[in-house]
Design a protein around this ligand. Structure first.
Ligand code: CIZ
Ligand code: SF4
Length: 343
């Protein structure tokens, strides 16, 4: 039963004391968040991890986030992911071989006029690729600044792996949609709507399978039935959804907007289910619903659950480190160049 597991996890956490620090991503289940020393989005959590002195850092999030934490902590700290199957389908849409091949092809078109940027939702190998090619990482909270920076460095950028965050951010900066090409890594092909020399942005054809579930028809339905309900979405949603919404921003932006909203205000939120449900529970005096009436969970995030967390904790008490995430030294050194430009 889960209350027995809760007690076991509590006991183990107490025994580990200051040697342990637990990070919990906003998309995690309540049963896991109950044990988090801190909650945050991926940027906040990596910044916090970088300052931690605990021997063991349990990362309740997904694989790429634990990799980033490992890169930013010291070699004698162990970063643990309670379930190794907690990956990210978006991060998996850009593998390093595809990316290296794409880069060679793109350079044959554009020469040295491209800079790569990668959303932090990518593997350490992709961050390293970006680092060694002079680019930087971005998160949804600083994407505008980072894209503006990239386009001040070079004529065009390659944005990995989320085409939607890339497109939404470039649109915000006034870059015309028709100058955005798409790199299809499966077909190994550039899809463009303008002359090659007019391309400003090359969007890697990746997406988040959770945020893709928010559709223009959900926005249209709400506009018709409840015109006074404000629509607030994450920029991993498509351009069509973001353009039709009232507000779009990072996980932190969404949380801050709701926290600052008026009592009684009505909201439809387009982001991961656990966060929407937590906002509903935290602000019972606001009227909050999910933009997609069928709540959208991130299935891989949800693989981290109380049984896995308890297992990781109890193994640590026994002196065993399970599911340690370690990024090799060379990859870490190159990835850090990309991360430091952002941080
Ligand atoms: O979709 C995600 O994985 C997000 C929004 C991560 C984060 O915390 O920025
Ligand atoms: Fe990846 Fe989307 Fe899940 Fe975030 S919500 S971890 S981008 S699949």
């Amino acid at each position: 039963p889960s209350n027995e597991l809760h007690e076991r996890a509590q006991r183990a956490k107490k025994l580990l004391g200051e040697r342990l620090y637990i990070l919990g991503h906003h998309y995690q289940k309540d049963e896991v968040i109950a044990f988090a020393d801190v909650t945050g989005d991926s940027l906040q959590l990596s910044q916090i991890a970088a300052k931690q002195t605990a021997d063991y850092i349990i990362f309740c999030g997904v694989h790429f986030m634990a990799e980033t934490a490992d890169i930013l902590t010291t070699p004698n700290q162990a970063v643990i992911l309670p379930d190794m199957r907690a990956g990210c389908s978006m991060a998996d849409m850009a593998n390093i071989d595809q990316t290296e091949r794409a880069w060679v092809e793109l350079q044959s078109y554009f020469g040295d006029t491209i800079i790569p940027l990668t959303y932090v939702n990518s593997t350490a190998a992709i961050k390293a690729f970006v680092g060694r090619n002079g680019g930087a990482t971005v998160t949804s909270s600083n994407a505008e600044e980072m894209v503006a920076w990239a386009l001040s460095q070079k004529e065009r950028m390659l944005f990995l792996p989320d085409q939607h965050l890339g497109r939404n951010t470039a649109v915000k900066l006034g870059i015309p949609l028709e100058t955005m090409a798409i790199w299809d890594p499966i077909k190994h092909k550039l899809e463009l709507e303008c002359a090659l020399e007019d391309v400003r942005v090359i969007l890697w054809k990746g997406h988040c399978s959770v945020h893709m579930n928010f559709l223009p028809k959900h926005v249209a339905n709400l506009r018709e039935k409840e015109p006074d309900r404000k629509i607030l979405v994450h920029p991993e949603c498509t351009y069509e959804v973001v353009a039709a919404s009232d507000y779009a921003g990072s996980t932190k932006y969404i949380i801050d907007m709701i926290a600052a909203s008026e009592v009684g205000s009505k909201w439809a939120i387009g982001t991961e289910m656990n966060l929407v449900n937590r906002l509903i529970a935290t602000y019972p005096d606001r009227d909050i619903v999910s933009l997609n009436p069928f709540m959208c969970p991130c299935l891989t995030m949800n693989r981290i659950d109380l049984p896995h967390l308890t297992w990781a904790l109890e193994e640590l008490v026994e002196g065993r480190i399970i599911n340690q995430i370690s990024v090799d030294e060379k990859t870490a050194e190159e990835a850090i160049m990309a991360l430091e430009k952002m941080l």
